[in-house]
Design a binder for this molecule. Structure first.
Ligand SMILES: [Zn+2]
Length: 290
C-alpha cells in the first residue's frame, strides 16, 4: 500500500519543490533586473524616490549658508565626488536636471578630471561645483606646501566655476589624511577669510542627526570598507544592498540625509561596469591589508 501511495506523493512533492525553486529563481532574478546597482538606470530610481520624499533637496553651499536654526527639519543633500571620469559626472548632472534636482559636484584638479568644459556645463545645469582636494597627500605631508597647492588649484577651479565649499579626497592608499591640513585653531575662519570658502564638509558639519549613505567601496554600508569616507552619525541604517536602499528611499527615508555618489562607479555600459567592478574589488582587497 505504501508503494502505491508513494509515486503520487512523490510527484506532488517534486511539483512543490519545482514550484519553490521556480518562484525563488523568479524572485531573485526579478530583483536583479529591477535593481542592478551602479547603473544609471538604477540611479534614476534612487533619484525619483528622493524627489518624491524630500521637499528640500539642498546643495552644500545652500546648507552651509543657512544658520543652523533656520535649516529645514527634513532635507536631502546629494554629493558627488568626481575622482575620475568627468563625462560620467555630466551624465548624472543631466539626469538630475531632468528631475529638477540640484546637487554638489566636488572635482579633483588632476589632469583627467579637471576638464573645464564638463565643469562649466555641470554648473550651468544648476549644480554646485566644489573642490575635492588632496593637497596634503600630494605634498607628502608638508602642510606649508599643501597650503600653496590648495590656493593654486582653487584659483584654477575658480577660473571656471564659483566654489564655496570643499571636501577632501580620501586617497585610501595614501598614509596622509588630507583633512589634517586644517588641524589648527580657527581653520574655518582661515578658510573663510583667506580663501572665501564656507566650509569643509567633513569638518564643519555636525552629522550626528544626519543619515549618511554612500557608495564608497561599492557597498552601502559605511562601516565596511571605508577607510576615510565616513562621518560620525548616530543614525545607523545597515543597508545590505541596492534593493534595500531603494526600499528605504521609497518607503522609509531618514528625515535628514546626505547621499554620496562617485559618478565613475555608475554606468549602463556592460564593459565599463565590469572593469569598474574589478577595480573596486582590487582596491577593497588592498584596503583590507592596511
Ligand atoms: Zn574622492
Amino acid at each position: 500500500m505504501r508503494w502505491t501511495n508513494s509515486p503520487s506523493r512523490f510527484k506532488k512533492l517534486s511539483r512543490l519543490t519545482a514550484f519553490h525553486y521556480f518562484s525563488s529563481f523568479i524572485r531573485h532574478h526579478t530583483h536583479s533586473i529591477i535593481v542592478k546597482d551602479f547603473t544609471l538606470e538604477t540611479y534614476r530610481l534612487y533619484l525619483q524616490a528622493i524627489r518624491r520624499n524630500f521637499d528640500h533637496i539642498l546643495r552644500f553651499d545652500e546648507f552651509l549658508n543657512m544658520e543652523s536654526g533656520s535649516r529645514p527639519d527634513s532635507f536631502c543633500i546629494i554629493r558627488h565626488d568626481v575622482d575620475r571620469k568627468p563625462a560620467n559626472a555630466l551624465k548624472m548632472a543631466l539626469m538630475e536636471r531632468d528631475l529638477e534636482i540640484r546637487s554638489t559636484y566636488y572635482f579633483r584638479t588632476k589632469p583627467r578630471v579637471f576638464r573645464p568644459e564638463f565643469i562649466k556645463t555641470i554648473q550651468e545645469l544648476g549644480h554646485e561645483i566644489g573642490y575635492h582636494y588632496e593637497c596634503l597627500s600630494d605634498e607628502k605631508g608638508n602642510r606649508q606646501m599643501a597650503m600653496i597647492n590648495f590656493e593654486q588649484n582653487l584659483s584654477r577651479l575658480r577660473e571656471i566655476a564659483t566654489v564655496n565649499s570643499i571636501s577632501m579626497h580620501g586617497r585610501p592608499l595614501s598614509k596622509y589624511d588630507n583633512r589634517d591640513m586644517w588641524k589648527f585653531e580657527n581653520a574655518r575662519e582661515k578658510l573663510k577669510n583667506d580663501f572665501g570658502i564656507n566650509g569643509e564638509i567633513y569638518l564643519h558639519i555636525d552629522y550626528s542627526e544626519i543619515a549618511y549613505i554612500g557608495d564608497t567601496g561599492r557597498n552601502w554600508d559605511s562601516a565596511k570598507s571605508n577607510k576615510r569616507d565616513f562621518v560620525n552619525s548616530k543614525i545607523n541604517l545597515n543597508i545590505k544592498d541596492g534593493k534595500a536602499l531603494l526600499d528605504l528611499l521609497q518607503n522609509n527615508p531618514p528625515s535628514k540625509l546626505v547621499f554620496q555618489i562617485h559618478p565613475e562607479r555608475w554606468t549602463d555600459n556592460k564593459m565599463e561596469f565590469e572593469i569598474q567592478k574589478l577595480r573596486d574589488s582590487a582596491v577593497n582587497i588592498v584596503k583590507s591589508f592596511r
